[in-house]
Design a protein. Structure first.
Length: 389
């Protein structure tokens, strides 16, 4: 039996836009309904988790999990520049309270890709006052974060900078990522640091951002190692190197990408792939965790996302096993890991790919919103109860 340390957090993760539904004031809602959009379908009602979050949290708690990561939707909190909704702030306060009541440690993300449509129209992360706006938004949330131990400021800034640098949002992790907008990356880092300064007013609260670690592999051909460093640094390593001294860093790992002398290669046709077309590669988690620990020079790691999109839940369980064995191995070698949160709690809206890729531990009927836990939820819950593999 592979034991995990006492106090280790076991949970699942979600993001507001992907599960809440009717996030009409966000920039993604605008993009989903644009005339020539490449997004396959709109988010619409999503999983109606805005109203059903108590049921969702209870399913996680009843299975044996002790943590839940969810995001606050900036577009709901500040639907117009300078106008803040007390009712929406209170909605997220109730979510935090509900998590505590159910014995779930709430991990709160402040920005999971989406921003208010006014912020997008006023320059997005290229605006001169972007960091000021994010700091002000953080300040407004301080009253409801008093009993939260872990706050993720910005979700996957490396992916956010790549989306800002390229038009194609259909493949957020893996082969063929757009070139990152380095100016946006700098602004995201400044915004993160300003947000952390605000959050430091709360005694005992730990903050960090989350990075989509890519598990880049060199093909070993002449020039491939150099190309891997050149391609990987602005898409992955830079975001880890720049948060030395943070309270924790979130690692979000799914698959790997091979880099040859000319750049990233498509997924090989002879490997198992998931519904997103990514290689089934559980070892990506161990690699991401080790890389984060090394490049941040010892910042504690929190696995804030890890999972696969599959219609075959037995493969999800197999992936989970492999990922957690690798995680335990890294921890045995001295990497400090605070917890593991599976992506995702629910089958949800996967951005430009729509509802087809199912990552959830819980299935959701799109018409009735009835929740049906999958065997993988019970499986992860048993691991959590034992605190061991």
């Amino acid at each position: 039996m592979l034991k995990f340390p006492e106090g280790f957090l076991w949970g699942a993760a979600t993001a507001a836009h992907q599960i809440e539904g009717n996030n009409v004031n966000s920039n993604w809602w605008v993009m989903e309904h644009a005339k020539d959009t490449t997004i396959v379908e709109p988010s619409g009602d999503a999983m109606d988790s805005y109203h059903r979050y108590p049921e969702d949290m209870k399913l996680l708690a009843d299975a044996g999990l002790n943590s839940y990561r969810f995001s606050i939707e900036w577009a709901r909190i500040e639907p117009e520049r300078g106008f803040f909704s007390n009712a929406e702030i209170d909605h997220y306060r109730r979510m935090i309270d509900t998590a505590h009541e159910l014995g779930l440690d709430p991990t709160v993300t402040l920005m999971h890709f989406t921003v208010p449509r006014w912020m997008y129209n006023d320059g997005f992360w290229r605006a001169k006052d972007a960091a000021d706006l994010f700091a002000r938004y953080t300040e407004k949330l301080l009253p409801i974060l008093q009993d939260v131990k872990h706050v993720c400021t910005i979700n996957e800034p490396n992916i956010a900078a790549m989306l800002a640098g390229g038009e194609d949002a259909s493949n957020l992790v893996a082969y063929g990522l757009p070139n990152p907008d380095l100016g946006v990356a700098d602004t995201l880092l400044e915004s993160h640091r300003r947000s952390r300064e605000v959050l430091s007013q709360i005694s005992g609260l730990k903050s960090g951002w989350t990075v989509a670690t890519q598990a880049f592999h060199s093909t070993g051909e002449p020039g491939a190692d150099e190309k891997m460093r050149e391609y990987g640094h602005p898409r992955d390593d830079w975001y880890l190197e720049n948060v030395k001294g943070d309270d924790f860093v979130g690692v979000q790992a799914y698959t790997r990408t091979f880099i040859g002398p000319n750049g990233p290669l498509p997924v090989s046709e002879d490997v198992e792939t998931t519904l997103t077309g990514w290689e089934f590669f559980p070892k990506a988690l161990e690699m991401g965790v080790r890389s984060a620990w090394e490049l941040t020079e010892g910042v504690p790691v929190f696995v804030t996302e890890n999972g696969i999109a599959t219609a075959d839940d037995t493969r999800r369980i197999a992936y989970l096993d492999g990922a957690l064995e690798g995680l335990h191995s890294a921890m045995q070698d001295g990497v400090e890991v605070l917890g593991y949160q599976h992506w995702s709690a629910l089958d949800n809206y996967e951005w430009a790919s729509g509802f087809r890729p199912t990552f959830g531990l819980i299935a959701v009927d799109r018409e009735t919103f009835v929740r049906t836990p999958k065997p993988s939820l019970a499986y992860l819950g048993e691991i959590a109860k034992r605190n061991a593999l």
